[in-house]
Design a protein. Sequence first.
Length: 270
Amino acid sequence: MTASNTSPVFSLHEGSLPLLISIPHVGIGIPDDIAATMTPAALRTEDCDWHLDRLYAFARDLGASILMPSHARYVIDLNRPPDGANLYPGQDTTGLLPVDTFDKEPLYLDGQLPDEAEVARRRDAYWKPYHEALAAHLAALKARHGKVLLWEAHSIRSQVPRFFEGRLPDFNFGTSNGASAVAGLAEALAEMVERHGGYTAIANGRFKGGYITRQYGQPTEGVHAVQLELTQITYMEEQMPYAYDETLAAQVQPLLQALVKTALEYVTAA
């Protein structure tokens, strides 16, 4: 049985497997009142995880639940702690309410930076409903199946000098250094990619998993979380207009599906 649950700030497709795919940076919506305070760079939503709903379209037929927000990460970043703490101490990152793009272009017009009251308002309006839905559905899947896999789907340009040197490996698996999922899962997935031969991969490298992976991945409690940060060059154009590339996507999708299935097998066997 499948069902759908929608709200103004997220959509949840409910599947039959103990598998929830969360895509927290796929949204592009910016409400008019917020957009009025922003720069043209912000309104291009360039740091979106473009087209991941399309790339993961196979997951519905697979039986996965899929949770996606309506709004852009520039409104509020759903993969950051509610207090805005830096997940990678000592490294440059964007925050709960980003103030600049990955290329350090300002997101807000002069004098329009959100104050603490606005941060709290957006946290209540956008961040909290997504996380409430995420936590509730994980609990429901766990109650139904005993164990559940949370797959955090992300993508990023293959080269972002602000965050890492050179070209990023294509598949970046993160399990918070093994703390958020069954032991060896990230390494096994990276090995699968390497055996495939068409892409590069790493386990718990630059991207070890964001707030969602770290917060909800509790393997001793039966909830296993893995984050995949996929380079956008594997399935789309990395420059404007950020077009989806059917040919590239068709090449990577079978591997992506196999990885999701393998991760689920690891979790259910744990």
